[in-house]
Design a protein around this ligand. Sequence first.
Ligand code: BES
Ligand code: ZN
Ligand code: ZN
Length: 509
Amino acid sequence: MITVQATGKQFWTHDVEAYLFFMDEDLHTASNLSSLGEVEKYYPDVKDVLKKHKFDGKVGQSFMLTAKRNDKLAEFIFIGIGKCNKDWNVELETLRRALGSAILLLKKSNTPSAVMALPPAKQYSIDDYELLKQLTIVAHLASYEYITFKKSKQSNWHCNLIIEVKLAEEAHLQQALNEGNIIGEATNMARHWADLPGNILTPTRLAQEAEKVAIHNNLKYTVFGKDRAEELGMGAFLAVDAGSAQDCKFVVMEYQTNLKHVPTIAIVGKGVTYDTGGISLKASSYMNGMHYDMSGAGAVIATMQVIAQLKANVNVVGITPLVENMPSGTASRQDDIITAMNGKTIEIKNTDAEGRLILADALCYAEKFYAPDIIIDIATLTGACLYALGYFYAGLMTQDKQLLDILPKVGTITGDRVWPLPFDDDFKPANDSYVADVANSGSSNYKAGTIIGACFLSEFVEKARWAHLDIAGTADAVPKVNYLGSGRGATGTGVRLFSEYILNYSKYQ
Ligand code: BES
Ligand code: ZN
Ligand code: ZN
């Protein structure tokens, strides 16, 4: 666990266990707020010491020195941030990961307190406010404890991280800190849910978690199960639920501003708490890890908490259809024909393409009851997305020029990155069916499984400006990004992206 503070009080006046220095390749500290002056009292030739130990400020390097300061042992931790020259353009992501490795070092050494100085933001083409927010978020993400159920006790490390900022900005930056804390904690909450196994995080349990979020944050909360779904004609949602002994839950959370004449944004998340594939059963090696198939829903619920706590200036509705995809005597079959809420018939060619079925009804529901201006859905929708884009970028599919332009930018600022895939009507006939309006699995002649999945969803959006995010790659096991678990566990992808976009909606117009 970590708490983060921002203060105008000078770096060396803090009586902490660790002093952090972000160093460039000339062995200069990134911020002149944190000069090496005092270290040189204990290590007069500190730069030579660093070089001797092969620390030369390169990205990914770190080094620790210890000295007695104020009668107790203090650690000086050096972290490389790479090249610095006149047109210094170290990417913000590099700095995020540098802070990530610092936090992981503090955790490993069980260090309870540390101080660092805010690096100069303009080198990252952002302001101090945004930079402090981003670093605060990362401090939380790097501190996340991957859930295990071992008898042996988990770490009870607690650390207080102090970030020195310019005194004149101290008051103003408290809000950046607050935003960072709220977004960081919510992202970790989404990671925790996605890391829980399918026997524990059932649709009922995730709905309860959403209800808790709603109650604590004054959001309107609606939940219904099979009966109401039948009344609404949600044949697609119910077809996925049909094989499971768990109850399905359809959860809606609403945030309303006091402002008039503002747009409504709907965020819709796939919530399959376990995806066996159903009757089109996955081979066991492909099934492993499928408890994370509710990551989209988790991102939506966690984002609603952020939106409520930071009081967005737009209306937001979060919609999550929650089901378990199981094979059984009551499960849907291949070749079944069902009817979605908008009356379109769907041929189920493959019960493992279940995400698009539950989202079909969720998209119809969003439009019917909220007529949102914008809908963004988020889903671990296709294995093909891993082949197209790998782990570092979520797939973005939209025909809306503005969303296509803005979402990748928001992704770069937040580190929750997205990359567009082509999305035009040429791909649509892939989902043609001989017997129904549309098929849930595309003709293999068309390949491009990720885009074809998005084409299916487009059949269920009529009026709203709409974008689809495929997070099959980014939702867990992202290699090497230290603050996201270095290849292990859920990442909470979507929370940072949605939060930044929605909270700054007018800025991004
Ligand atoms: N949840 C999976 C997507 C997935 C697969 C994510 C592998 C991560 C790794 C989804 O429900 C699914 O099974 N999709 C099928 C669709 C196909 C049957 C059209 C897929 O990707 O194979
Ligand atoms: Zn599936
Ligand atoms: Zn799935």
